[in-house]
Every structure is written in structure tokens, then in C-alpha cells.
Design a protein around this ligand. Structure first.
Ligand SMILES: [Zn+2]
Ligand SMILES: [Zn+2]
Length: 105
């Protein structure tokens, strides 16, 4: 589920999840890329299907595959998890969703 985040201070806009999005067997998480200063949904985990099936048995997710997290825009690997209340990656201002902005108007 995408949200439109925007920074009223500098006008930066990003369409990202704003958190962790599990979409088996893939998990995406919203991150700030320190290389290009963009908000991106980066692929953080891949679960092979057979591991998913073991969830109900003894196996659990112990052997889940953690992949190298990289920026889908610039392929940088310096990513920092970003939550809905984290600051703007461009100016450190407070970000808001477009919905919230409409609500305030
Ligand atoms: Zn990047
Ligand atoms: Zn900003």
C-alpha cells in the first residue's frame, strides 16, 4: 500500500509504503538512501516458498534469506530504515502524507 509523503518545507515528494510491507515471499521496507537522499521501498528479505511452509512446523524463519539491501534508484547500499514520523531526507523537515495535508486545508 503506497502513501504519498510530502515535505511542506522543501516540496520533496515520495510515493512509498512508509514502513514494512510483507508481500510473501518478499519483504519491502521504506528506507532513506544516504547516497541519493531519496525515500525508497527497498527489498529487504526473500523467503523461499518452502521456508514459508515450515512456518507452522518446527523450522520457523531461522534460515530466512537476508539479502543485501540496496537502493532501487541508485543501487547504493547505505540505507537507513525510515518510518512515517521520520524527517525529510532532503531538509530534515517534518514530512506528512498528502491525505493529512488535504485534511488540514
Ligand atoms: Zn539511492
Ligand atoms: Zn524537506
Amino acid at each position: 500500500m503506497f502513501h504519498n509523503f510530502l515535505c511542506p518545507q522543501c516540496g520533496y515528494k515520495a510515493q512509498v509504503n512508509g514502513g514494512v510491507d510483507r508481500c510473501d515471499p518478499l519483504t519491502f521496507e521504506t528506507m532513506v538512501c544516504a547516497d541519493c537522499s531519496q525515500l525508497v521501498d527497498a527489498l529487504v528479505e526473500i523467503r523461499p516458498r518452502w521456508l514459508h511452509r515450515q512456518k507452522n512446523g518446527k523450522g520457523g524463519y531461522k534460515t530466512k534469506k537476508q539479502c543485501v539491501v540496496f537502493c532501487p534508484k541508485c543501487n547504493g547500499i547505505h540505507l537507513i530504515p525510515w518510518g512515517q514520523h521520520s524527517p525529510c531526507p532532503k531538509c530534515s523537515g517534518e514530512m506528512t502524507t498528502e491525505k493529512a495535508v488535504r485534511y488540514l486545508e
